[in-house]
Design a protein around this ligand. Structure first.
Ligand code: FAD
Length: 497
C-alpha cells in the first residue's frame, strides 16, 4: 500500500505519544498513532486481558520463548519458565551490559509499570532538566500532568491497618529507626478500588499479584486516561502491531514513513508507506534513540546533529533485598503497588522504593528498588555489521548506584542486626545490577533537539518522550516525561501549527 497522507504521525503510544496525540487532537488536528505492541483490549481464553505475575503465559514477554523475570531467582532457584513466542506485553531488551525493561502495547510503559507517580523535589529539578524553566513546570505542567494521569496518594489511616502494606510498614519502621525520611509516594492506581479489593468486594488485581504483565483492574494506565480522552475527540486513530522502521524527507514535502505490520509471532506481514506532514518520535528512550541513530547513520536523516544517541542513563536503578528477623514478617499478602520510599537523595544520592515481593508466602524479606544519582552515561551507535543499534553501557557502571544504595541499607542492616538477601538475583548475589526499568536519554533536550524537542535540521520532526531527559530524574520518571511533553506540545501547537 502507499500514498496515504496524514497531517501528524506519532510513533509510539506511551506517555509522550499520548500527550502529543491528545493535545494535537484537541487543537483540531487529525493524528495517526503507530504502536508496535498489541492493543490489549481483548480478553484471552481465561477471560482476562493480562496474565498474573505468578503465572506468566504467552502474554507476558515480547517475542521470547522463556520468561526473563527481573527477580530471576528465589531461594537460590531460577524461576524462569518456557512460554510460547508471542508479542507479549513486557520487553526485556538485552544490550551488552544491561537489560532494559519496557512496556509493549497501546499505553507503552503504563501497561506494566508500578504506577508510582512522583514529581521530583523542586530543589533537584535544575539537575534533571537544566534548560527548562522550573517555575513553569511546577506551576503549570506538573499539575496538568498529575491531574490528567489521575495521580493520588494512599489514605494514611488505611495504610496503618491493612494487611497488604505490612511490608511497607516494616520498611517505614526500619527507615525511621535509622533516621531516614520515609515518604508516601503517589500512584495512579485507584486507591478506593484497592480498598474494595482488600474488603473482598471487588475483583482483585493489585492484591492478586498483578503488575509486571499488566493490571486487569484498578490501575489508571494511559488507556484509561490520556488515550481514552484522545480517542473521544474522534481525531485519533491507533494502529497496533505496526512498527515504524524508517522516516525520511519526501520529495513533495513532509516525510515518508515506512511501517511494518506484524502478526503475533512478530513476523512482518505487510509493509506500508505513509506520507506525514509532521512526525513525533515517542517510541521511548530506547525506541526513539534506535530509530534516530539508524536514520542518521544510514543516510536517511544525515543532518541530525552529533548529540543523537548520547546522554543515555538508567536512572541509577539498582535492586536489593534484606533478610528480616522472625519478629518482622513482611506479610504473605502484599499489594503490588508500591506506596512509599526512603529519601536519602541529598545525603547519599539514593531514593529507595519500598517494593513488594508478592510471592503469596511469608518471606521475611524487605525488597527495594533504588533510584540513584549514578553519573555514568552511555551512547547508542549504529553497528553496520549486525544492522542493529548497540548501547555501550557496562555492568560495572552500576557500582556508583550500589555504593549509593548502601548508604541506606548498610546503615539499616547495622541498626537492625540484619543482612542482605543473596538469593534473589542468582546464587549468592546481593545486587540486582543487570537491569533498568527507567531508560532515559538518547535524544537529549536542548542538545539533540532544541529546547522544545524539535529536530531543527528537519522541520516537522519532533522528539517527545523519555529520550529527551538526560539520564536521571531523581525519582520515578513518568510524571516528568508527561509534564515535559505537556510543556513542549503546548509550545509546538502555538508556534508551529
Ligand atoms: P514508553 O512508555 O516506553 O512508550 C513507547 C512506546 O513506543 C511503546 O509502547 C513501544 O512499544 C512503542 N514503540 C517503540 N518503538 C516503536 C516503533 N519503532 N514503532 C512503533 N512503536 C514503537 N515509571 C514511573 O514513573 N513509575 C513507576 O512506578 C514505574 N515502574 C516501572 C516498572 C516497570 C516494570 C517498567 C518497565 C517501567 C517502569 N517505569 C515507571 C518507567 C516508565 O514506565 C517509563 O519511564 C515510561 O513508560 C516511558 O515513557 P515514554 O513515553 O518515554 O515511552
Amino acid at each position: 500500500t502507499g500514498g496515504a497522507h496524514v497531517p501528524v504521525l506519532v510513533i509510539g503510544t506511551g506517555y509522550g505519544g499520548s500527550v502529543a496525540a491528545l493535545r494535537l487532537a484537541q487543537a483540531g488536528i487529525d493524528v495517526h498513532m503507530i504502536e508496535m505492541g498489541m492493543a490489549w483490549d481483548t480478553p484471552g481464553s481465561d477471560g482476562k486481558i493480562f496474565c498474573a505475575t505468578t503465572a506468566p503465559d504467552q502474554r507476558s514477554y515480547w517475542l521470547r520463548t522463556r520468561t526473563k523475570a527481573p527477580l530471576n531467582y528465589f531461594l537460590g532457584f531460577p524461576i524462569d519458565r518456557d512460554i510460547p513466542r508471542y508479542t507479549g506485553i513486557l520487553d526485556a531488551e538485552d544490550f551488552s551490559g544491561i537489560t532494559v525493561y519496557q512496556g509493549r502495547g497501546v499505553g507503552g510503559g503504563s501497561l506494566v509499570n508500578g504506577g508510582m507517580a512522583v514529581t521530583p523535589k523542586r530543589a533537584n529539578f535544575g539537575s534533571v532538566l537544566p534548560s527548562v524553566n522550573a517555575d513553569e513546570m511546577y506551576n503549570i505542567y506538573y499539575p496538568r500532568a498529575n491531574a490528567a494521569l489521575g495521580v493520588g496518594t494512599i489514605d494514611p489511616a488505611w495504610f496503618d491497618t491493612t494487611d497488604c502494606y505490612q511490608y511497607a510498614r516494616v520498611g517505614r519502621k526500619h527507615a525511621q529507626r535509622s533516621g531516614f525520611p520515609f515518604v508516601f509516594v503517589p500512584d495512579v492506581y485507584d486507591w478506593d478500588y484497592m480498598k474494595q479489593e482488600a474488603a473482598g468486594t471487588a475483583t482483585k488485581s493489585a492484591l492478586a499479584g498483578e503488575i509486571l504483565y499488566g493490571n486487569n483492574h484498578g490501575k489508571k494506565s494511559l488507556q484509561r486516561t490520556y488515550i481514552a480522552q484522545a480517542k473521544a475527540t474522534g481525531r485519533v486513530t491507533i494502529s497496533p502491531l505496526h512498527k515504524v522502521t524508517s522516516v525520511a524527507p519526501a520529495s513533495g514535502g513532509g516525510y515518508t514513513v515506512v511501517i511494518e505490520q506484524m502478526n503475533t509471532n512478530g513476523d512482518t506481514t505487510t509493509t506500508k508507506t505513509v506520507i506525514a506532514d509532521r512526525v513525533f518520535f515517542a517510541a521511548g528512550s530506547v525506541g526513539t534513540s534506535k530509530l534516530l541513530v539508524k536514520l542518521k547513520a544510514t543516510g536517511l536523516l544525515p543532518n541530525l546533529n552529533g548529540e543523537i544517541g548520547k546522554g543515555w542513563g538508567d536512572n541509577g536503578n539498582v535492586m536489593c533485598g534484606r533478610a528480616n528477623h522472625l519478629w518482622d514478617p513482611t506479610g504473605s499478602l502484599q499489594s503490588t503497588i508500591p506506596c512509599s520510599g526512603i529519601d536519602n537523595w541529598a545525603a547519599g544520592g539514593a531514593f529507595a522504593e519500598v517494593a513488594p515481593l508478592p510471592t503469596g508466602i511469608e518471606t521475611f524479606a524487605s525488597f527495594y528498588l533504588s533510584i540513584t544519582k549514578n553519573p555514568n552515561r552511555a551512547q547508542f551507535s549504529w553497528n553496520a555489521a549486525t544492522g542493529k543499534v548497540d548501547l555501550n553501557w557496562q555492568t560495572s557502571w552500576k557500582q556508583p548506584s550500589i555504593d549509593m544504595a548502601k548508604t541506606i541499607f548498610d546503615k539499616i542492616n547495622a541498626k537492625e542486626g540484619t543482612i542482605y538477601r543473596t538469593d534473589l538475583f542468582g546464587v549468592y548475589k546481593i545486587w540486582g545490577d543487570h537491569l533498568t526499568y527507567h531508560p532515559l536519554g538518547g535524544a537529549v533536550l536542548n542538545k539533540a533537539t532544541d529546547n522544545y524537542g524539535r529536530l531543527t535540521a528537519y522541520p516537522g520532526l519532533y522528539v517527545i518522550d523519555g529520550s529527551l531527559i538526560p539520564g536521571n530524574t531523581s525519582v520515578n520518571p513518568f510524571v516528568t516525561i508527561t509534564a515535559l511533553a505537556e510543556r513542549n506540545i503546548e509550545k509546538i501547537i502555538a508556534t508551529d501549527l
